[in-house]
Design a protein around this ligand. Structure first.
Ligand code: NAD
Length: 250
């Protein structure tokens, strides 16, 4: 019997793949046998990560739809197909909402929501044309709860929208062979959480709020994505797989 978890012969794209959770996801997909394209706006780190992992690099800024369209075209022109796409690029901005500027609200929305839609649209067009594919969006437990004590309303709103965008696209595309799911991590030790981990009040609240009593390492998120990318999840679509050490049970 063939291994349903294998990604042998599949081509995958990971946005925000240069570092943190995205780099761990790219590594997991490589280990499962996929040909992986690390995609990031940071070419310097992205090239180095791709080289380390035995992957390839393609530059894109997901806030620019022409840029992500071109990255998808590059993958298809180079590898002949796009079978797995992980839309993981994201940023956070912590600021009290009553003073949040239009620019900062838009900046978070443009990466975390517009960027996920532009990426899904470009990938979905290709996958619908070939009649198969698996898209996994990186959501967050912040799409289900409002984090504390740090203020981050734009981030939380964008992540809730990513979870619902995922369900909406699953409803449109699944009967044409394209599954769309999301993975929602809890706190993970990366550049994105560095400021909070260096703040005693924030770090204590994060760890005490997590039943497992710790934050995750990026490699603990990757297997959930590999599962949703593979045939092992062939009847999963529109689902959100929460990987949060139990944070959302309280
Ligand atoms: P990170 O800052 O370590 O990595 C983010 C990557 O995205 C970087 O390589 C960055 O260059 C890239 N990126 C940012 N904007 C981009 C753009 N416009 N176009 C292309 N690439 C862009 O962050 P991380 O913690 O690894 O986060 C990855 C994803 O996981 C994000 O969507 C984040 O919201 C989500 N997430 C993180 C945590 C956590 O605790 N770290 C928890 C839940 C969800």
């Amino acid at each position: 019997m063939t291994n349903p978890y294998t990604l042998e012969g599949r081509t995958a794209l990971v946005t925000g793949g240069a570092q943190g959770i995205g780099a761990a996801i790219a590594q997991g997909l490589v280990e499962a046998g996929a040909r992986v394209f690390v995609c990031d706006r940071n070419a310097e780190i992205g090239e180095a990560t791709a080289k380390d992992l035995g992957a390839e690099f393609v530059a894109a800024d997901v806030t620019d739809s022409a840029s992500i369209d071109a990255a998808v075209e590059h993958v298809v022109a180079t590898a002949g197909s796009l079978d797995v796409a992980v839309n993981n690029a994201g940023i956070v901005h912590n600021h009290p909402s009553e003073d949040l500027s239009d620019e900062d609200w838009r900046r978070v929305m443009s990466v975390n929501l517009d960027g996920v839609f532009y990426s899904c649209r470009a990938e979905g067009r290709r996958m619908l044309a070939q009649g198969s594919g698996s898209i996994i969006n990186t959501g967050s437990m912040s799409g289900h709860i409002a984090n504390r004590p740090q203020p981050q309303s734009a981030y939380n709103a964008a992540k809730a929208a990513v979870v619902h965008l995922t369900k909406s696209l699953a409803g449109e595309w699944s009967h044409r062979g394209v599954r769309v799911n999301s993975v929602s991590p809890g706190y993970v030790g990366t550049e994105l959480t560095k400021r909070g981990m260096n703040n005693e009040e924030w770090r204590t609240a994060w760890i005490e709020g997590t039943p497992m009593g710790r934050v995750a390492e990026p490699r603990e998120i990757a297997p959930a994505v590999t599962f949703l990318a593979s045939d092992a999840s062939s009847f999963c679509t529109g689902t959100d797989l929460v990987v949060d050490g139990g944070y959302t049970v309280w």
